[in-house]
Ligand binder design. Structure first.
Ligand code: G6Q
Length: 556
């Protein structure tokens, strides 16, 4: 049975292939394998199950695999036509089939002078044209030449956006704080909860504040509501509508809606429908990041992503970092039965990275029909979550060590920190290495007894181990390295989605939420049409309770 790898559809499920069945059989043989035994049987394991590219080192020896597992997984990827799929994506084929769009975030980081023809048009000049405009604008703001309406320089930049128009730049500005202009503060508003924008505007001077309204569609109610509130806040201080021109810029694909909001076309930075929201950080959606770290460092970020793109395109499957992460994830999810996947950066600057990956992974591959519209017969995206170490060790790691849920983890560590507190870094990394060791090898009852544990305490003080982890070591958290990390996980997600047969680049679940909220808003505000859909009894009662509370002013 063959998998069709043409851009639009997949005609059968991967579970029907001989390669999938071979993995099922192999799993039966591997079921009792413990990492303790796998390491004992092969002294070179820690060196052989590794791969490296451009300052990113992956050790996956603490995954429950053998060389045979890896070969079988690589054969599965080949059976799914992964190589052709990668080329189709890079070439701009419309692999986002439900929206009939190309998927070209990789084009955003291709060097100037490259040619990439999509539907007969070279897209590279427009990409670099926007990058040039962004750079010019970023330099003006950073240099104090872009002035507010009353002639003052900009001190704070507030990005207003949500989902893909927020999580990437917010994560990256935090991760690259050591490269940030210290004279500019970056803030992010995403939630329509009025508390978010109230907090973000707190203490700011409207004369020195610049807003970037980031929205691919420029139709997202949360973003537009926050942008209108910000505009009202500005105009309350500077009572001249012309001030909007100096204090608001937009990032969008929707020129008409931007103009309608009152932002001049000259103050709009464009991107294109072939850039998915959660893949848009390297596009103009990264404007806040560029302003923070400067155009040259932003170019380094793009170059890092491009370096990983090239690696993904050319490295053999078993040395290919994104492919390895994807295949290990498939092994854990579909054969070992893991429901969840934790990402644990041991670097405080990467605190927002798990949340960013959560969207990237779960919004891309949290699907239950395949690209052809048929129900899938295998599990797709796991639940992705995480938090920085060592904090997590004092919170949820208990479950990783002794709970009943198998939770494969990615541990991400940085070899050289930006600070000079070497003792802190040694302690951090000692914890980092110790945790993957403990998760792999655990502690047997005999070891606990040998440690002097009282016999009745032994069940509580033994650790099963055999918890699969991958360790990712990054030389230094630079813009280049962050670009690589972003592309690493983007391509991991693409590889998994392709093999599972799902369309990774649409998000109909998000669209549903947007439609339903608008319907209920009409109910809350008493503007629902007579023929509006009738609410279910639970939602109707909740809405009634809310509107009654609003009238009597609950909470004073
Ligand atoms: C991302 C999703 C979603 C989107 C937001 C914001 O891939 O499509 O998270 O980014 O809903 O959409 P806009 O950028 O259009 O406001």
């Amino acid at each position: 049975m063959s998998i069709t790898t043409t851009a639009h559809i997949t005609t059968t499920t991967i579970s029907q292939t001989a390669q999938w069945r071979a993995l099922q059989e192999h799993h039966l043989a591997m079921e009792s394998a413990h990492l303790r035994d796998l390491f004992a049987a092969d002294a070179g394991r820690g060196a052989s199950f590794t791969a490296e590219h451009d300052g990113i080192y992956l050790d996956y020896s603490k995954q429950r695999i053998t060389a045979e597992t890896l070969d079988l997984l690589a054969e599965l990827a080949e059976a799914a036509g992964l190589g052709e799929a990668i080329e189709a994506m890079f070439a701009g084929a419309p692999i986002n089939s439900t929206e009939d769009r190309a998927v070209l975030h990789t084009a955003l980081r291709r060097p100037r002078g490259d040619v990439l023809s999509v539907a007969g048009q070279d897209v590279m000049p427009q990409i670099h044209g926007v990058l040039d405009r962004m750079a010019e604008f970023a330099e003006q703001v950073r240099g104090g030449h872009w002035l507010g309406f009353t002639g003052r320089r900009i001190r704070t930049v507030v990005n207003i956006g949500i989902g893909g128009s927020d999580l990437g730049p917010a994560m990256a500005c935090r991760a690259l704080v050591d490269f940030a202009d210290p004279d500019l503060e970056m803030r992010f508003v995403s939630n329509v909860d009025g508390g978010d924008i109230t907090e973000a505007l707190g203490g700011l001077d409207p004369h020195e504040t610049l807003f970037i309204v980031s929205s691919k569609t420029f139709g997202t109610i949360e973003t537009l509501t926050n942008a209108e509130t910000a505009r009202g806040w500005l105009l309350a201080a500077i009572a001249d509508p012309a001030a909007v021109r100096s204090h608001f810029v937009a990032v969008s694909t929707n020129t008409a809606a931007v103009a309608e909001f009152g932002i001049a076309e000259a103050n709009m930075f464009e991107f294109w429908d072939w850039v998915g929201g959660r893949y848009s950080l390297p596009s103009a959606i990264g404007l806040s990041l560029m302003i923070s770290i400067g155009p040259a460092q932003f170019q380094d970020f793009l170059a890092g992503a491009h370096s990983m793109d090239q690696h993904f395109r050319s490295a053999p499957l078993t040395q290919n970092l994104p492919v390895l992460l994807a295949l290990l994830g498939i092994w854990n999810r579909n054969f070992l039965g893991a429901q969840t996947h934790a990402v644990l950066p041991y670097d405080h600057r990467l605190a927002a990275f798990p949340g960013y990956l959560q969207q990237l992974d779960m919004e891309s591959n949290g699907k239950s029909v395949d690209r052809g519209g048929n129900p899938v017969d295998i599990d797709t995206a796991p639940i992705v979550w995480g938090a920085p170490g060592t904090n997590g060790q004092h919170a949820f790691f208990q479950l990783l060590h002794q709970g009943t849920t198998l939770t494969p983890c990615d541990f991400i560590g940085i070899l050289r920190p930006a600070h000079e507190l070497d003792n802190h870094h040694d302690l951090l990394m000692a914890n980092f290495f110790a945790q993957t060791q403990a998760l792999a090898f655990g502690k047997t009852a005999a070891q606990a007894l040998g440690d002097g544990v009282a016999p009745e305490q032994v069940p509580h003080r033994t650790f099963p181990g055999n918890q699969p982890t991958s360790t990712i070591l990054v030389d230094k958290l630079t813009p280049h390295a962050l670009g690589e990390l972003v592309a690493l996980y983007e391509h991991k997600v693409f590889t998994q989605g392709w093999i599972w047969g799902v369309g990774s680049f649409d998000q109909w679940g998000v669209e549903l939420g947007k439609t339903l909220a608008n319907q209920i808003l009409d109910q809350l505000q008493g503007t629902a049409a007579p023929d509006a859909p009738v609410l279910d009894s639970s939602t109707a009662a909740l809405v009634t309770r809310y509107t009654a509370a609003e009238r009597v002013g609950v909470g004073g």
